[in-house]
Every structure is written in structure tokens, then in C-alpha cells.
Design a protein around this ligand. Structure first.
Ligand code: M6R
Length: 614
């Protein structure tokens, strides 16, 4: 997490840095800071909390940096040390001549720090980053070349980092490097931008160079020089970024989350383009690079993911197992990486990640790749580290998702699983053609059904408000919608801080039912299909304990009015697609409750969009 930006060119730098950091606020917002090359020397400005505090801090200093055209900036998600001004980046060496911003974790910082203290370095912060400032400064004092100093220092560093470095001796030079953390260089005319992510630069340029691990770039207004970790020259390869600056605007919505919820019908249409033309035609999924023969014989799939992506993976398991009869294991990446797994070259490993940068999933992917597994990545960021590890890559094309709470990327991931499961079922001939045709027909009309739900969002808002002041919230479901209950609860807790939990309804009586009384809202995801009656009984059991019952349902059953104090009705849909239809009201409930409570919907406390630490 954390976000870094850098600029060297001819333009006034401070607005470029602060605007860039604003676009990276999704990566953390514990503190922020910039370092700017002013007339005589580098000046550093920092503030705790959100970027607006830094903007305040900068007021009154305009004369100092009015003509500055080079600088670096940082937005922090605290790992080592509390969110204080001292721990905020940029960090400096003893004499203050060298400044640095860092995203990642320096794993061997303790031993580096001990050595540096022995050599006379004075540490002012509790961060792991400060060791890098001192280390590079020491190397610089030996070689008098900033690029070489960064290269030599990076040999001593273990862990993950993206770094931007400036030195008072080099008035028009930025040195940047990375390992296991994202870093992109934006290429302009007589100017270069550096950033942890595209949103920070897309307003200025759509031409970019992605650095590979251990590469070091030296940026001056005129040129970019690139070397590898051994000092060999590399020709930078620029590519055109697919992002539109407009994607970063709220487009009139109060929050990005609400905008992103409304984008979901189009997200589904987008992912279907070129992949599903008509119900009676086969799914086209050229992105899957496994041969048909291998797919036919496949008997084990492992899916790894975190958070919301993990919930999408759980539904993916359900789909693949029921469409194709292939055994699928799903595991949180953070658990998968610390145990002896039986993944091997006969296992297809699917990594699911919105950002494509989540450290736990990236590590899990690398581990399985080393064991010879074919790696299929489902991500919203085809330009991410995970995408670069992929043997097969399914980009979900949801467009940039700014709100920390994942919404449209989740629905897009589900769509990728529907397509994948259908594609494999067609190859394996594991389903009747008529069933496949009917599923594909329904898939194609999901966007209209979501639009119907969105058209009645006021009703959902009304229901949500009834429960805004509750402390706890339980979601129950069964079968394919058990992960929907988990995801609904995750959405609510992450943006409203209400203690929300999802349960498979059959488990209620094994413990959670003890929690129920007249204060507890229980939302039952009661979708027509194989477990409808079972879930209805479980809802009766909860009602018998006086819980405040809410139904989310596509049933027309009038009897439900007696059982539930509120009913949210959604369009009818085949059970297999109900996770998509059910999710939209759950996202809206979470949104409206958080909005009603006045919470920071797009940037909830303690969270970050891209979790690049294990
Ligand atoms: O980028 P990823 O999908 O790998 O991220 C995984 C989780 O960090 C993410 O889904 C997180 O749970 C979101 N805040 C959910 O809204």
C-alpha cells in the first residue's frame, strides 16, 4: 500500500504532486508529504491524515516552491510506526541532502538500521523507509552518483519497495526503482512522471513505461535512462495506457461507490463483448491458453484470492463444480502461502484480484507457478504484477474502481467465472446443450435486471435507514448465495463499521442463534431455487427468537409478509445467477447505511484499495 509520485519537467510541480496523491488516496490516507526542489535546496512538507491536511500545510509556503519543477510525494498506509508527522514520508538522510519516498516493506530494516546507527546515522522516525534514505546517502557519499548509489543500496535491501529519490546535488534528476511493488513512468514532452498507479498520471499522459523488478530509471526533463540491477543499459519500452481520465470523476454521484454500483450493467455488457454473441453460440474465451485436451482431462482446480475476490472465487467454485464436475478448492491466499500445499503441474491455479497487486495472492501465485501449475489470472488490472505472472489472463474490464469497497469489480469477477465455467462445460460436454443455451440467454439479460433494481433504489434506501443505528447485522443464505451473504456483510462492515457477519443459514442453530433477540437484524437472501424452502425454515427459526427479519427475495410468495418486517424484492432469475442479482441491493444497503451515518464511504478507516503487504 502507500502511494508514491514523482515529477521532473518544466511545469510547476506542487499541484502535479498533490493532484497525483489525491488519485492515489485509495492506497492509504494516514499521512502525506512532498519534497520539492526549491531554488536553494530541497524542502519537505508533511501532514498527518488525509491529503486535504497537506494542502492546508502548504498554504503560505507558495513563495518557496513557486518556480519548482521537480519533486516527489507520498501518501501513507502505516505499517511501521504510527501515523505521525515524524513517520510521514518523505524521509531524509542525516544532512537532509537526500530525500526518499517508499511504498512497500523493507524486511531486513532492523539489521540495516543497527549497522547504520553504528556508522553514525541518526534515526528520527520508526519507519522501515528511513533506513533506505541513510543507506542510499552512504552509498552516494562513496560513489558520488545518485543512480549508482540507488543501485548499490538496493543490493542490500530485502523486501518490497518502489522508491523515488532526490538529492540536493542533482537539481534536475529523479532516480526511481522497484521490486515487488508497482511503479509506472509517465512519458510527456520534456517531462516524466513516476507513480504507484496510473490514476496519478493519466490526466497528463497516456504514454507509460512499466518498470520491471530491480530496474532503475534516471529521469531528467530530457530523457529517461534505464538500467537493470547489474547496471546494464535497457531500452525503455513505452506503451499506451487504456485508461480514460473521465473514469476518475464521480460524474455527479455523491461517492465513487455509488457511481461504481451504477456502472454494473455496463460492466456486464463489456465483459460479454466478443465472448458471448448469442445464446446458441459457444463462449469464446481465447484468453484461456490451456489446450482443449488438457481442459477435458483437468480434475483439480485451486482458486486463491483475498477479501471480496475470495467471495467471487467461492461462487466460482460452485459454478465450475456444478457446470463441469471438476473439483475446486478455494483458499484465502494469506493462508495458502504458509502451509504445505499439494498444488502441482496437474492443478490449474486461478488467482483472482481486482488490483492484481495484492501481496498475499501474488506470493501464492508465484509459489504455485514454481510448482509447475498453469496460472490463470482474473483481474481488473491487465497491467498488474499478477497479470505479468499469468499463463492465461482474463481481464474483467470493469474500468478503474476508485472506491475502496469493491463493487463493480466483484460483479465483473463473477462474470468471468460464469464465462469460464460455461466455456469449460462446452469443451467437456458436461451439460446438455439446451441447459447451456438457457443459461447463456439469461446471462445476456442480466444488465436489464440490474437496471430494474437500480431504478428502485429509493425503496432500498428506505429499508437501509431502518437499520442504520444497529450495532450488529447478520446475513444468512444457503448454497450458491452463502458467499453473497459473506460479501454483503463485508460491504456493510467495511464502510459503516457495523459488526456484520454472514452465515450459511443451516449453521445458525449450531451457535450463532444464541445472538438473536429483538435488536438483531437478520437479512435472509431468499432466492428461488433448490434451497428456498430450507432457508425459509431457517428464517422462521430466527423469527421465533424475535430477530428483526429482512428478506431479499425474488419470490412472489405473499406469506413472506408475515415473517419479514421488510422485504426487498428483486427481478426473478435462475438460481445460478442469483448471486449477481442479490448483490446489487446488498451493496446499496451498505452504501446507504454508511452514507446515512456520515461515514467516509469511499475511503473507510484503516483500509486501502491495494494491499501490497503480506
Ligand atoms: O485487489 P484484490 O481484489 O486482490 O483485493 C483483495 C481485498 O483486499 C479486497 O477485495 C478488499 O476486501 C476490499 N476492500 C473489499 O471491498
Amino acid at each position: 500500500m502507500c502511494g508514491i509520485v514523482g515529477y521532473v519537467g518544466k511545469k510547476s510541480v506542487v499541484d502535479i504532486l498533490t493532484d497525483g496523491l489525491e488519485q492515489l488516496e485509495y492506497r492509504g490516507y494516514d499521512s502525506s508529504g512532498i519534497a520539492v526542489m526549491c531554488k536553494d535546496d530541497i524542502k519537505v512538507y508533511k501532514a498527518v491524515g488525509k491529503l486535504k491536511n497537506l494542502r492546508e500545510e502548504l498554504k503560505g509556503h507558495e513563495n518557496e516552491f513557486a518556480s519548482s519543477t521537480m519533486g516527489i510525494g507520498h501518501i501513507r498506509w502505516a505499517t511501521h510506526g504510527a501515523p505521525t508527522v515524524l513517520n510521514a514520508h518523505p524521509h531524509t538522510c542525516n544532512c537532509g541532502n537526500l530525500v526518499i519516498v517508499h511504498n512497500g516493506i523493507i524486511e531486513n530494516y532492523k539489521e540495516l538500521k543497527e549497522n547504520l546507527i553504528k556508522l553514525g546515522c541518526i534515526f528520527r522516525s520508526e519507519t522501515d523507509t528511513e533506513v533506505v534514505a541513510h543507506l542510499v546517502a552512504r552509498k552516494y557519499s562513496q560513489c558520488n552518483d545518485l543512480t549508482e548509489a540507488v543501485r548499490l543500496a538496493s543490493k542490500d535491501i530485502e523486501g518490497a519497495y518502489a522508491l523515488c529519490v532526490m538529492h540536493n546535488d542533482c537539481k534536475q534528476k529523479l532516480v526511481i526503482t522497484k521490486r515487488n511493488a508497482p511503479l509506472v513512468v509517465g512519458v510527456g514532452l520534456n517531462e516524466f512522471y513516476a507513480a504507484s498507479d496510473v490514476p496519478a498520471i493519466i490526466k497528463h499522459t497516456n504514454k507509460a513505461v512499466y518498470l520491471s523488478d530491480n530496474q532503475i530509471a534516471t529521469l531528467t526533463p530530457e530523457k529517461m535512462e534505464l538500467i537493470d540491477g547489474d547496471g546494464n543499459k535497457i531500452e525503455p519500452k513505452a506503451e499506451i495506457l487504456p485508461w480514460e481520465p473521465v473514469a476518475l470523476s464521480k460524474m455527479g454521484y455523491k461517492h465513487f461507490m455509488l457511481k461504481e454500483i451504477h456502472e454494473q450493467p455496463d460492466v456486464i455488457r463489456n465483459i460479454l463483448v466478443g465472448r458471448l454473441h448469442a445464446p446458441d453460440e459457444n463462449v469464446v474465451l481465447d484468453e484461456v491458453k490451456l489446450t482443449k485436451e488438457t481442459l477435458k482431462n483437468l480434475n483439480r482446480i485451486q482458486i486463491i484470492a483475498c477479501g471480496t475476490s475470495l467471495h467471487a472465487a467461492m461462487i466460482g467454485k460452485y459454478l465450475i463444480e456444478s457446470f463441469c464436475g471438476i473439483a475446486v478448492d478455494v483458499e484465502a491466499s494469506s493462508e495458502y502461502i504458509y502451509r504445505k500445499t499439494v498444488t502441482d503441474e496437474h492443478t490449474l491455479v486461478i488467482g483472482v484480484s481486482q488490483s492484481g497487486e495484492t501481496a498475499d495472492t501474488l506470493t501464492a501465485i508465484k509459489q504455485s507457478k514454481a510448482k509447475g501449475s498453469h496460472i490463470l489470472i482474473i483481474t481488473n488490472r491487465p497491467d498488474s504484477a499478477m497479470a505479468r505472472e499469468a499463463d492465461s489472463l482474463i481481464p474483467v474490464s470493469a474500468g478503474i474502481e476508485v472506491s475502496v469497497a469493491a463493487t463493480k469489480s466483484y460483479v465483473a469477477q463473477l462474470m468471468a467465472f460464469y464465462l469460464l465455467a460455461l466455456y469449460m462445460a462446452e469443451i467437456k460436454e458436461s451439460m446438455a446443450v439446451s441447459d447451456l443455451t438457457s443459461l447463456k440467454a439469461e446471462l445476456m439479460i442480466l444488465p436489464q435486471k440490474i437496471e430494474q433494481i437500480l431504478a428502485h433504489k429509493d425503496d432500498i434506501q428506505r429499508v437501509a435507514k431502518c437499520y442504520a443505528n444497529t450495532k450488529d447485522f447478520i446475513y444468512i443464505a444457503r448454497g450458491i448465495n452463502y458467499p453473497t451473504a459473506l460479501e454483503g456483510a463485508l460491504k456493510l462492515k467495511e464502510i459503516s463499521y457495523i459488526n456484520a457477519t454472514g452465515y450459511p443459514a443451516g449453521e445458525l442453530k449450531h451457535g450463532p442463534i444464541a445472538m438473536l433477540d429483538e435488536t438483531m437484524p437478520v437479512l435472509s437472501i431468499l432466492m428461488n431455487g433448490s434451497v428456498y424452502e430450507k432457508l425459509l425454515s431457517n428464517s422462521e427459526e430466527a423469527k421465533a427468537r424475535n430477530a428483526r427479519m429482512i428478506a431479499l427475495t425474488n419470490s412472489k410468495d405473499e406469506k413472506l409478509n408475515d415473517l419479514f418486517e421488510n422485504i426487498i424484492r428483486v427481478p426473478d432469475v435462475q438460481e445460478l445467477f442469483s448471486p449477481i442479482i442479490a448483490m446489487i441491493p446488498l451493496q446499496l444497503i451498505a452504501y446507504y447505511i454508511a452514507e446515512f451515518l456520515g461515514k467516509d464511504v469511499d475511503q473507510p478507516r484503516n483500509l486501502a484499495k491495494s494491499v501490497t503487504v503480506e
